[in-house]
Write a protein that binds this ligand. Structure first.
Ligand code: FES
Length: 137
């Protein structure tokens, strides 16, 4: 049912944990399953993501999606980070079962919320980024 990559990122999650002095923090939740994902970004002065971390209270697929998402974010500019969509995360994981697609969507929403937070803190507009609907405190 799950690809080897999903199992690997679920069992050995990369970049798990909180980040002190993050440049941007975003949280997304899914009302139906009750799962919550938080993404922390460390962004340098040129707008490039140095480090990304996550904390996820959720299912295995959500943990794997957060782990892969943080890996994909590292080294990207804040503009390029918009390319880390739920589709990109799913592709990098070699797919997710249809009932688990929303878990990768949570990653995209948390990324957008973290980028929005960074933009607001620094007065930076990221082209194509819309204010997240579901950011949670
Ligand atoms: Fe809700 Fe996976 S079941 S995030």
């Amino acid at each position: 049912m799950y690809s080897e990559k999903v199992m690997d990122h679920f069992q050995n999650p990369r970049n798990m944990g909180e980040m002190e002095n993050a440049s941007g923090i975003g949280t997304a939740g899914n009302a139906k399953c009750g799962d919550i994902m938080r993404i922390y970004l460390d962004i340098d002065h040129s707008g490039r993501i140095r480090e990304a971390k996550f904390k996820t209270f959720g299912c295995g697929a959500a943990v794997a999606a957060s782990s892969m998402a943080t890996e994909l974010l590292k080294g990207k500019t804040v503009q390029e980070a918009l390319e880390v969509t739920n589709k990109a995360v799913m592709e990098a994981l070699d797919g997710l079962p249809p009932v688990k697609v929303h878990c990768s969507l949570l990653a995209e929403e948390a990324i957008h919320a973290a980028l929005w937070d960074y933009g607001e803190r620094n007065g930076i507009v990221i082209r194509g980024l819309e204010k997240p609907l579901k950011d949670m405190p």
